[in-house]
Design a protein. Structure first.
Length: 341
C-alpha cells in the first residue's frame, strides 16, 4: 500500500507546484504528447478533490496519471479493501474495477462510493453467477466455499469466505478443511492447491489478461533479458508460474522490487503495474508484454473529473445481498489477521 502525502490543493499556486513536481516524474514515462493535455485535467481533478473532500483509491493497474497523479491511497485488492474499511471519508472514488468498488461499499456502507465508469468489469467476475454457487453447494454439501474477491457482491453473498491473491493460501489453510470449493479462478486455485495440503474443487474462470501469458512467451523473455527476474501474478497458468522466479499479488510484486532492488525485471502481469513501479524505482529496468486490462483502462482522468464534478457513478448493493456478502469479506479480513475459522 502507498499513500500520497495530502497536500494543500485548494489554491491554484499549490496545485501548480504539485503538477510541476508530477511533470518531473511522469513526463519521461508518458511523453510530451500525452502529458501536455493532462496538465489542465490534473489541475481540475485536484481542485475538485479538495473541494469535495473525496478520497481517491487506486488499484496498482491504474494509469500512471491516476496512480501517481491524483490517488490518495494505492494498492492491491486486499489493501484497497482494508483502506476502504478504515476510511473516515464520507465520499470515496474507487479507481479500479466494479468488484473493488462494491467491496469498498460493503466494508464502509455509510460512505458514498463512486466508480468513474460502471462498465469497468472483470472476466473472472463475469465467469460465475449466484445460481452457479448454489448448484455447487448442492453438489458438494458441507464443503466450505471460498471465493476470490474478483466476483460480484451477489456471488460473495453465496460463499463462506472471500480471499484475494495476496491472502488466498492463508485463508484456505485457516479454514482447516480437507476440501474446499475455490471459485472462480482456476489458475489461482491451482496455485493455492500447490502451496497447501488442501484438496480444492475448482471452477473454470480465468483472467482474460493473465491467460494470455504462456510458458513459451516466458522462455522468449528469458532469452531476451537473461539477467531479469520474472515476476508473475498467480492468475497465470501453472506452466507460466513454473517458469517465473517469483509469484505474488500486485502488492507482493511491488514489495519484492522495493526490497530486492533487482537490476532488471519482466512483469508477468498487467502492463500498468510495471509502468507505475518504474516511476518509483529508477534503479530497476522494467519489461513487460504490454497486455493491458481493458476494464482497468476504462478509468481515465476525464471520467474521474466527471465523477468528482457530477457525483457519478454511485455504487449501491441490495441490502439483503450486502449483509451476506459483507460477512464473507469480513471473515476474510478476520482470518487474514489470524482470527477464528
Ligand atoms: P491483486 O489483488 O493482486 O492486486 O489482483 C487484482 C487483479 O485483478 C489482478 O488481475
Ligand atoms: Fe479482472 Fe484480469 Fe482485469 Fe484483474 S486484470 S481486473 S482479473 S480482467
Amino acid at each position: 500500500m502507498n499513500t500520497n502525502p495530502s497536500l494543500p490543493l485548494q489554491t491554484s499556486v499549490s496545485r501548480a507546484s504539485r503538477i510541476a513536481e508530477l511533470e518531473q516524474r511522469l513526463l519521461p514515462l508518458l511523453g510530451e504528447q500525452a502529458w501536455i493535455p493532462m496538465r489542465g485535467l490534473l489541475d481540475e481533478v485536484l481542485r475538485l478533490k479538495a473541494e469535495t473532500g473525496a478520497l481517491i483509491l487506486a488499484h496498482n493497474y491504474q494509469r500512471p496519471e491516476i496512480f501517481h497523479g491524483v490517488a490518495d491511497l494505492t494498492g492491491d485488492s486486499l489493501a484497497l479493501a482494508q483502506l476502504a474499511a478504515q476510511s473516515e471519508s464520507s465520499l470515496m472514488i474507487l479507481c479500479g474495477v466494479h468488484f473493488m468498488a462494491e467491496t469498498a461499499k460493503l466494508l464502509n456502507p455509510k460512505a458514498r462510493v463512486l466508480i468513474p465508469d460502471l462498465q469497468a468489469g472483470c472476466s473472472l467476475a463475469e465467469s460465475i453467477t449466484p445460481e452457479d454457487v448454489r448448484a455447487l453447494r448442492e453438489q458438494y454439501p458441507g464443503v466450505p466455499v471460498v471465493t476470490y474477491v474478483n466476483t460480484s457482491a451477489a456471488v460473495k453473498a453465496e460463499c463462506d469466505c472471500c480471499c484475494t491473491s495476496g491472502n488466498a493460501v492463508k485463508i484456505v489453510e485457516a479454514l482447516g478443511a480437507e476440501r474446499v470449493l475455490f471459485l472462480p479462478d482456476e489458475y489461482l486455485g491451482q496455485y493455492v492447491a500447490s502451496q497447501t495440503g488442501v484438496e480444492l474443487i475448482l471452477w473454470r474462470g480465468h483472467c482474460e489478461v493473465h491467460e494470455r501469458f504462456t510458458a513459451a512467451k516466458l522462455v522468449e523473455q528469458r532469452e531476451r533479458y537473461p539477467h531479469a527476474q520474472l515476476l508473475a501474478h498467480p492468475e497465470c497458468s501453472p506452466e507460466v508460474l513454473a517458469a517465473a522466479d517469483m509469484v505474488g499479488s500486485t502488492a507482493q510484486m511491488a514489495d519484492y522490487v522495493s526490497v530486492q532492488r533487482p537490476a532488471e525485471v519482466v512483469m508477468v502481469t498487467e502492463q500498468e503495474m510495471g509502468r507505475n513501479l518504474s516511476v518509483l524505482h529508477p534503479q530497476t529496468q522494467f519489461h513487460d508484454l504490454a497486455y493491458a486490462c481493458p476494464h482497468m483502462q476504462l478509468i481515465t482522468l476525464e471520467k474521474l473529473l466527471i465523477s468528482l464534478r457530477d457525483g457519478l457513478y454511485e455504487v449501491s448493493i441490495d441490502e439483503d445481498i450486502a449483509s451476506r456478502a459483507r460477512r464473507s469479506v469480513k471473515r476474510m479480513l478476520e482470518l487474514g489477521r489470524g482470527g477464528k475459522a
